[in-house]
Design a protein around this ligand. Structure first.
Ligand SMILES: *Cc1c(COP(=O)(O)O)cnc(C)c1O
Length: 361
């Protein structure tokens, strides 16, 4: 059996222990004679799986009782519509546009109300996080929206924006559970799980209870109302059951690693290996303003497109997969999520050093 170092931005690397356990339970989950994939989502067995998953997530993130946890489908992209449909009571929302995902969310919100881009870093290819300490937040804004970690560009909000008392909504898809966060600072936290938690097909929404109401935009489909899913404990219809089961295993794995404080420490150590090398390298350089660097997604370039392509090709041959940068940025990107072991990053850096020696003119 061969396992590569997988630097994919998503779907992405999962903990090997979790995959092994899932493999062992594939044919016969805990003596019930069937796989979790084959079991009724109304069964006692599955009820335990989803309830434990929720409880473990609550423990990891210290989610207060006045927040609900929803396991939904449609990916992070469906939330781009669900958020305005459910939260735009005044029909106004402010968006901070720090990358393509935030921009997509902003454009979607424009379909439903008066969405405004109150800050953007598009002027410099989204390579930094704008100053959000004193933005022209609309008096009537129903919420302020951010994409907290920008998967494509490799930037991360290190301090949350000053929302001037408005509800903060955050897409945490690519930094979910990578470090502790203070849930009480947000109205809605959501993310697709395929970056840092589990298999594609599940999106987790953590939402303050008072934001879940019947008062949604006219025409909002039943399936796109938070209330529908909150009232049914995420079992209004068939949920992405197998995906939730794997997420649950990852939550247990994270607890065993020491929780989010320990993950933060590990992720910082891991990212430092790569960033330190990029800062000293004479061939490679990072593309993001230093103070805004993501712990999870690290874009870098040589400055020569042909050399970038050569690097990606040779890295692949050496067992380092999915290092090609997003098509909108070019160059390379190493996504180093929770499940990427530090040895993977150390070996990548050793490989980059060797490539540098061989290719520096
Ligand atoms: C990947 C990603 C998305 C899109 O996720 P889908 O589940 O494919 O819709 C949205 N936001 C961020 C930050 C992402 O990284």
């Amino acid at each position: 059996m061969k396992r590569v170092y997988n630097f994919s931005a998503g779907p992405a690397v999962l903990p090997e222990e979790v995959l092994r356990e899932a493999a062992e339970e594939m044919l016969d989950y805990k003596g019930c004679g069937m796989s979790v994939m084959e079991m009724s989502h109304r069964s006692k067995m599955f009820e335990t799986i989803i309830q434990e998953a929720e409880q473990d997530l609550r423990d990891l993130m210290h989610i207060p009782d006045n927040y609900r946890v929803l396991f939904l489908q449609g990916g992070a992209s469906q939330q781009f519509a669900m958020i305005p449909m459910n939260l735009m009571k005044n029909g106004v929302a402010d968006y901070i546009v720090t990358g393509q995902w935030a921009k997509k969310a902003y454009k979607e919100a424009c379909l439903y109300g008066r969405a405004k881009a109150v800050a953007s870093s598009e002027d410099q290819t989204f390579s930094y996080i704008p100053d959000c300490s004193d933005l022209p937040i609309d008096e009537d804004a129903d919420y302020v929206y951010i994409c907290e970690n920008n998967t494509i560009y490799g930037t991360k909000f290190k301090t949350l924006p000053n929302t001037k008392g408005k509800t903060l909504v955050s897409d945490v898809s690519s930094c979910f559970l990578s470090e502790p966060i203070d849930v009480t600072k947000y109205g809605v936290i959501y993310g697709g799980v395929q970056k840092n938690i589990g298999p594609a097909g599940v999106v987790i929404v953590i939402i303050r209870e008072d934001l879940i109401t019947e008062d949604v935009l006219p025409g909002t489909p039943t399936m796109l109302r938070y209330k529908t899913h909150a009232d049914a404990d995420s079992l209004y219809n068939t949920p992405p059951a197998y995906g939730i089961y794997i997420c649950g295993k990852v939550f247990k794995w994270l607890k065993a690693q020491g929780g989010l404080e320990a993950m933060k420490e590990y992720n910082e150590r891991k990212a430092k290996v790569l960033y330190d090398f990029l800062d000293e390298s004479r061939l490679f350089c990072g593309t993001v303003r230093k103070e805004d660097r993501s712990l999870m997604n690290v874009p870098f370039v040589t400055g020569d497109a042909d050399l970038d392509a050569k690097f990606v090709k040779e890295a692949k041959a050496a067992g380092f997969e999915n290092l090609k940068g997003h098509r909108s940025v070019g160059g390379m990107r190493a996504s180093i999520y929770n499940a990427m072991p530090i040895e993977g990053v150390e070996k990548l850096v050793a490989f980059m050093r060797k490539f540098e020696e061989e290719n520096l003119k």
